[in-house]
Ligand binder design. Structure first.
Ligand SMILES: [Zn+2]
Length: 122
């Protein structure tokens, strides 16, 4: 389960999907409050779940370079998972079934949690 007790709303996932459609970038950083992936658009970084701008500190970058081989495998996997999230977001946009959207949203939440756990492993 996520560390934070803040719930990721279905609306946030739909908003995230819309952002991706508009060309926003999903970052490899997470909202400090709700652990939802952060998005960058027009130079702004924000959390669709909290619906506010977030300032991130890129202090972990140096440490991650230490273990390059392991890191590469892990980042490939993370990329694949992030791509899966994007694909599911696209499915949500094109779906008209509330049931389907709910299922897809739950899938995203699971993947996001898995990504989050992987990022914590050093
Ligand atoms: Zn947030």
């Amino acid at each position: 389960m996520p560390v934070s007790n803040k719930k990721i709303s279905d609306k946030a996932i739909v908003d995230a999907a819309k952002l991706l459609r508009k060309g926003a970038k999903m970052l490899s950083y997470y909202c400090p409050e709700c652990h939802f992936p952060l998005f960058e658009s027009e130079g702004r970084i924000f959390c669709p779940n909290c619906e506010k701008e977030v300032i991130i500190e890129k202090e972990t970058e140096k440490e991650e370079k230490k273990e390059e081989v392991k890191e590469e495998t892990r980042s490939n996997l993370l990329n694949a998972m992030e791509n899966a999230v994007v694909r599911i977001c696209e499915l949500i946009i094109s779906s008209n079934s509330p049931e389907e959207i709910k299922t897809l949203s739950e899938s995203i939440e699971k993947i996001v949690n898995a990504i989050e756990r992987m990022r914590k492993v050093q």
